[in-house]
Structure formats: C-alpha cells, structure tokens
Design a protein around this ligand. Structure first.
Ligand code: ZN
Length: 214
C-alpha cells in the first residue's frame, strides 16, 4: 500500500464530505464563469506557505505561481514557466496586481549563502543565479554600518531578493505595458512562517512595512 497516496486520498474524501458541501454554491459559481482573478501571486514552492490562507482569499481570486525562491527571471533570459504565467495573467486574465512574496526560513536564500550545499543539484544551482545580484547588494548593505548590519544577513537577502525579482518582473513586456497604462500595480512581501506576520514594500519602496492584524 502506498501510504502517502492513501493519506492524500483520505484528504480528498474529507474535502468531498466535509468541506465541499459547505461551499458548494461558491464552487458551482466559480465553475460557471471564466476565472477573473484580481491578483497574480508569485511565491516560493516552500510547503509551509498557503497563499489563499494568508490573504483570506478563495477560489477564483488569486492566480498563483510558485518556484524555488520566488524568482522571476528577467525577460528573455530564461523564457519558461514563470514568463508564460506572467504573460497569461497580465495579458489574458487582466490581473490588477502582482505580489512577489518571499518568506522566512527560505531554503533558497540559505543555499545562496552556502553554494556548496547545492553542489549536487546543478539545476537548482543554475536557477539560483536569478538572485545573485540580490546577494551582492545584501552583502554590501550588511557590511555597511547601519540597520542592516545588525540583522542576520539572510533576512536582508530575503528582502533584497524580493526587490530584485520586482525589478525583473518589470522587464516583462506585458507588465511594463500594463504598468505604463495604469492598469497594474505591484508589491513585494515577506511572510514570516513562525509568526504569521506579513511585511509589504509597495512599488518603489525599499523598506518593508508590517501589515497589522485586524
Ligand atoms: Zn523558500
């Protein structure tokens, strides 16, 4: 018996018997019309992040793409899944906002600081080059006297990575066009897994401000 598969099937059974009946109307409505998500949410593949849970959103509201380290390759450098998702979300679905959400305890940020740890993972190593500029910026901020020198380097890197990926995002023609037309806004987030806190840098800001609990 495949224990993991059985565990997953049990989860589906529970969904069908307990969760779905309570929300049947909402799901039926979601199926009846084309999806019209207001937000593209780009975050890390880390299994501890639940984009719908942390934004209190449901089916149809948030278009999500996830990868190691919540990265967005600059346009033209690595055309692939992420670029296609961005083009589709902005160009076809017409999302109004793009979030790039990093997080605490990120394995990708740790790997950037200890490259030898991914020595046997050549694809991951290559993917991490999308954040190399953030590493350079973080190291110089961390060395300089000031607030950042008193924080763990990984915290500085997590923020700088989000800011760098926002820059990369803007190199995508669909994003640049929608921003110029005033049809789109973007923001960078850092989610703290242990406390549930979310800090946000709105477009153009370099500082992340906490969102207070309601
Ligand atoms: Zn991560």
């Amino acid at each position: 018996m495949d224990e993991v598969l059985e565990q997953l099937k049990d989860g589906v059974r529970k969904f069908r018997s307990e969760v779905y009946p309570q929300r049947a109307e909402m799901y039926a409505q979601a199926a009846a019309e084309p999806q019209k998500p207001h937000t593209l949410f780009i975050t890390c593949a880390d299994s501890r992040i639940d984009p719908n849970e942390i934004t209190s959103t449901g089916p149809g509201e948030v278009f999500v793409t996830r990868n190691i380290g919540n990265m967005v390759p600059a346009y033209g450098e690595m055309l692939g899944g992420v670029s296609a998702v961005i083009e589709f979300a902005v160009g076809a679905l017409g999302v109004k906002h793009v979030v790039i959400c990093g997080h605490s305890e990120c394995g990708a940020m740790k790997a950037l600081l200890t490259p030898e740890s991914v020595g046997k993972l050549p694809t991951v190593k290559s993917w991490l080059t999308n954040a190399h500029a953030a590493l350079t910026v973080s190291e110089s901020l961390h060395e300089r006297k000031g607030e950042d020198s008193e924080r763990p380097l990984i915290d500085v890197l997590t923020e700088q990575n989000v800011l760098l990926q926002l820059q990369h995002l803007k190199t995508h023609p669909s994003v640049a066009g929608a921003l110029a037309a005033g049809d789109l806004t973007v923001s960078g987030w850092v989610y703290d897994i242990g406390t549930g806190a979310v800090r946000v840098a709105e477009d153009g800001q370099r500082e992340f401000t906490p969102i207070e609990a309601a």
